[in-house]
Design a protein around this ligand. Structure first.
Ligand SMILES: *[C@@H]1O[C@H](CO)[C@@H](O)[C@H](O)[C@H]1NC(C)=O
Ligand SMILES: *[C@@H]1O[C@H](CO)[C@@H](O)[C@H](O)[C@H]1NC(C)=O
Ligand SMILES: *[C@@H]1O[C@H](CO)[C@@H](O)[C@H](O)[C@H]1NC(C)=O
Ligand SMILES: *[C@@H]1O[C@H](CO)[C@@H](O)[C@H](O)[C@H]1NC(C)=O
Ligand SMILES: *[C@@H]1O[C@H](CO)[C@@H](O)[C@H](O)[C@H]1NC(C)=O
Length: 552
């Protein structure tokens, strides 16, 4: 339902605000054919050099597939797998009382089901330090974990507020599971199957085919519809339908659930699948570490230095921040607090925010629209209309195009936009902020698919900053999600998200943009992790964006 409404909002806004956005995708009519039943196989070929043409493409692809399969493990000795209940936790710097500003350092030793210490690293650990159940006010911060590579991990917790606190360390995935996740990411082209419908304009006949980001080089190019585009740095191919042959007849796309499940079955062995069983994944490491912290809670500055407004190239800090009484306190920059008086929002007048990306971006859109309405409602009656027309903040949202994890009703292709194209259309300036939020739908793709899109976006950002150097640009990173089923892990494991955050920072880190890393913020979420975070978290993100928008 949400997806449907969002599609409508995106389409509607795109049309009302930028008529250009309504012209739809540009189709380039190169074509070739893939048998419907073989898409699963396409998906098993390797990702390496997707563009190179091979002398004997079919043979080479097949041998690549074979080498991918050979890395599968049929028999995993479960007694050797890292097991949360056998891991050990000890404090490296024990004290009876810690002071605000200190760092609690903890040593975590990974052990297997038989209690033997692991000799390799690679376990995916998530650590946090929170107030105990008795506390009057809830507060929490994430720990920063370093992997020593030998089964020992060090977690550091920066202490920002006084109280009685306890740590929690979760084994997200054993190193054995991480190996499986990495193998399938690097060997399968898509871990989710997308199908698209083609509708004949005259007869109304409809035909569904599979579409992928990779091209089967052994098939005649005439039998493929190639929608790849160079500006967004994106590939996108559909097998040409047998009856509705025109590539521009593509109408709508969505996820092929049965085909995706079938594909998952081919990706992991039963033994590998067992690694993701709820008895092994996402389990808390038993620990009794409780500490007492004294001192004054850190508010607007750390170590005597006042926090700057949020924005590009912020100084590194020992922690991104902490939650206290449902409010996020960043330790890198000072958020703009959203209160209830319209007088607090003078700086938002005449500002525009364009949000490009996914459904959490749409949450910002909803939040900001409400905020504008609240501000307007508090103005004197006679001023409202004038303010609305002349001064109020304008917010716009456009959902990104494929990859998209989307069920029914299928997405209308004519409304789908590439983020890089949208960035190229923006009229920037000091009153314009562009918010890019872009990751969740990429978890089920090879790294290269994400990388190439982010590069495309990077170049578009550089062009925008050349045209309008004072435009404000925010890149919001990925966050934790809650998973239970094998299919969720194989497509969307938090480990994949964590990798994408690293990739995006590598590609965008030197630009004059605000990278809003919300991972640590999301790690404290209680009682479970939601892909669509609650209002406190959305507010926390928005307060940091508005700090940047209102800075000079
Ligand atoms: C590519 O297409 C050919 C012909 O349809 C098929 O035999 C082959 O298996 C496909 N290759 C892959 C990697 O799917
Ligand atoms: C998880 O493991 C338990 C114990 O080994 C087993 O009983 C259960 O069937 C497994 N669950 C799944 C979904 O494989
Ligand atoms: C926590 O927040 C609530 C509502 O925002 C406020 O009423 C309360 O006084 C706060 N408590 C503390 C200890 O700051
Ligand atoms: C409002 O913003 C537009 C576009 O950035 C700018 O041209 C105009 O001067 C601004 N008006 C005021 C009153 O700040
Ligand atoms: C496309 O992506 C690749 C990396 O995946 C990058 O090397 C290249 O510069 C990108 N090109 C454009 C035009 O964005």
């Amino acid at each position: 339902m949400l997806e449907k409404r969002g599609g409508y909002i995106a389409g509607f806004l795109g049309c009302s605000l930028f008529s250009l956005l309504c012209t739809g995708m540009i189709f380039q009519g190169q074509t070739w054919m893939v048998d419907n039943s073989r898409v699963g196989e396409i998906a098993t070929s390797r990702v390496e050099n997707p563009g190179t043409s091979l002398e004997h493409p079919l043979e080479s692809k097949q041998s690549m597939v074979a080498s991918a399969w050979s890395q599968k493990r049929d028999h995993i000795d479960m007694s050797e797998v890292t097991t949360a209940e056998h891991m050990l936790i000890g404090v490296i710097n024990p004290r009876t009382v810690y002071q605000v500003g200190d760092t609690l350092v903890v040593r975590i030793v990974a052990r297997d089901a038989k209690g033997r210490q692991k000799t390799n690293g690679g376990d995916f650990l998530l650590a946090k330090l929170c107030t105990t159940a008795k506390s009057r006010v809830k507060a929490c911060t994430a720990g920063q974990v370093t992997d020593r590579g030998n089964g020992v991990y060090i977690a550091r917790f920066f202490l920002s507020w006084p109280g009685s606190l306890a740590i929690s360390v979760r084994l997200g995935h054993s190193s054995e599971s991480v190996e499986v996740l990495k193998r399938i990411r690097d060997n399968f082209l898509d871990r989710r199957v997308t199908k698209c419908s083609f509708v004949d304009e005259i007869s109304g006949e409809e035909e569904w085919v599979h579409c992928t980001f990779s091209r089967n080089d052994s098939i005649n190019p005439r039998d493929i519809c190639d929608y790849s585009r160079s500006i967004p740095n994106a590939t996108w191919y559909c097998q040409r339908p047998t009856r509705v042959k025109a590539c521009q007849s593509i109408t709508a796309c969505n996820r092929d659930y049965p085909a995706s499940l079938k594909l998952h079955e081919t990706m992991v062995t039963a033994s590998e699948a067992a690694l993701f069983n709820s008895t092994l994944a996402n389990l808390d490491v038993p620990n009794k570490v409780k500490i007492t912290v004294k001192g004054n809670r850190i508010r607007d500055g750390v170590e005597g230095k006042t926090l700057p407004p949020c924005g590009p190239q912020l100084a590194e800090s020992s922690s991104e921040g902490y939650w206290y009484n449902k409010t996020w306190h960043s330790l890198r920059c000072k958020p703009l607090r959203i209160h209830s008086s319209p007088l607090d929002y003078k700086c938002l007048r005449n500002k525009s925010i364009t949000i490009l990306g996914d459904s959490t971006g749409r949450q910002y859109f909803g939040y900001l629209e409400d905020l504008v309405q609240k501000i307007t409602a508090q103005l004197p009656e006679g001023k409202r209309e004038w303010e609305r027309k002349h001064k109020s903040m304008k917010v716009d949202f456009v959902f990104h195009t494929f990859p998209r994890n989307h069920g029914t009703p299928a997405l209308q292709v004519r409304y789908l936009k590439y983020v890089a194209d949208e960035v190229d259309r923006i009229v920037g300036g000091p009153n314009m902020m562009v918010v890019l939020c872009f990751w969740a739908h990429y978890n089920a793709e090879p790294l290269e698919t994400f990388r190439s899109r982010v590069w495309g976006i990077r170049y578009a950002i550089e062009r925008l900053l050349n045209r309008y150097p004072d435009t404000k640009i925010v890149w919001r990173t990925g966050a934790m999600q809650g998973h239970v089923k094998l299919e969720h892990f194989l497509e969307n494991s938090n480990w994949y998200t964590h990798q994408l955050i690293h990739e995006a920072k590598q590609i965008l880190g030197d630009l004059n943009i605000f990278i809003l890393d919300v991972w640590e913020m999301s790690l404290c979420e209680e009682p479970f992790y939601s892909l669509h975070p609650g209002p406190d978290i959305i507010k926390g993100h928005v307060e940091m964006m508005l700090s940047y928008l209102c800075s000079n």
